[in-house]
Design a protein around this ligand. Structure first.
Ligand code: NCD
Ligand code: ZN
Length: 335
């Protein structure tokens, strides 16, 4: 059995910089036609020159003409209309992190009052720049996403013309909120379709499955699967593939992030096939994102074949999800 995917897109990807960028970029550009690249470098990507320079480094590392890095800017409440107008053509979205909530987010937002955010969000709304949000409070770890939902709702109501993307949703509450507002959309990762907290910490601790937001309950996973498997037009694939070197994961203080770039498409094919919805994968990994963001990615045809794929133990010093396991689907060819 085979399936053809046209121009798959990964709408939430961490590519890092330097040697790590060189290591991981080809693993995405090989099978994806484009990716929304997260700006949480050290220091974060906060102006036009940084965006342009980072994009140049990505293209060089990716070495593939049919891969488009869609760039993002790290949200700051001081961005004004003129600044954003100037940078607009170079970015596809702006990513908002609550301060200190995840990897490299210490420069994020700590005041979520509408007044504090309004000038920048109004300008984004007028200029048609979508807002991507890491929606977690600093509350109890399992409740952080659900606690953030009133903030999403406030923003969605106050800025009805602003497209707001709820990044890497993990809860049934998030799925429900998504459906209540026309201008809310969401990305869903591969790992949150597969795992619950049990897989992370229910037996031996699995540091390579530790990420933010933390995987939740079976009923949450069920809600995510439901909207992903039907390829609901408000959801799209965003891997949140977040590589960290082994010594930062297998450590007393484990860095948050699951590395899925090289296993994403086979992993999705496996779980969509198991659910009997392989025909919906095209929408989930490309068509929905094209509509939501209004983009036309480079042409890339990926053929997946139902044949065993033995996932490598590691890619240099980065351990992928499904390390040393066998997935039932593999990438046969890319044109
Ligand atoms: C991401 C990273 O490592 O940059 N980590 C993660 O657990 N997902 C940041 C993020 O998206 O939260
Ligand atoms: Zn992320």
């Amino acid at each position: 059995m085979k399936i053809k995917l046209d121009s798959p897109l990964d709408m939430h990807l961490h590519l890092r910089d330097g040697d790590m960028l060189k290591r991981v970029a080809p693993l995405s550009s090989k099978s994806f036609a484009g990716a929304l690249v997260m700006p949480n470098l050290i220091p974060p990507v906060t102006d036009k020159d940084m965006v342009e320079d980072y994009k140049t480094r990505i293209l060089e590392a990716a070495g593939d003409e049919s891969f488009e890095p869609y760039m993002t800017l790290f949200f700051k409440p001081e961005y004004d209309y003129d600044f954003l107008k100037d940078v607009k053509e170079k970015i596809l979205a702006i990513k908002l992190y609550p301060a200190g909530i995840t990897t490299n987010s210490s420069d994020g937002v700590d005041n979520f009052s509408v007044e504090a955010l309004a000038p920048t969000l109004e300008a984004m709304s007028e200029l048609g720049i979508p807002l991507c949000v890491h929606g977690e409070t600093n509350g109890f770890v399992m409740d952080r996403e659900a606690e953030f939902i009133p903030i999403y709702e406030r923003l969605a109501r106050r800025f009805p013309d602003l497209k707001i993307i709820m990044e890497h949703i993990t809860t049934k509450e998030a799925v429900e909120a998504l459906m209540r507002y026309e201008n809310l959309y969401a990305t869903i990762t591969l790992h949150h379709l597969y795992i619950t907290l049990d897989d992370v910490a229910g037996g031996l601790l699995r540091p390579h499955l530790f990420c933010k937001p933390i995987a939740k309950r079976p009923e949450d996973r069920m809600s995510l699967r439901k909207v992903a498997f039907m390829a609901h037009e408000k959801v799209m694939f965003g891997s949140d593939s977040a590589p960290h070197p082994r010594d930062k994961k297998e450590a007393p203080g484990c860095a948050a992030g699951v590395f899925t770039a090289p296993v994403a498409l086979p992993g999705l094919a496996a779980i969509f096939e198991e659910a009997g919805v392989l025909e919906n994968l095209q929408k989930f990994v490309s068509d929905n994102a094209q509509k939501i963001y209004g983009i036309t990615p480079p042409k890339k045809e990926v053929i997946l074949k139902k044949e065993p794929f033995e996932v490598p133990e590691s890619y240099e010093d980065v351990v992928p999800m499904f390390s040393q396991q066998t997935l039932p689907w593999r990438i046969e060819s890319v044109i």
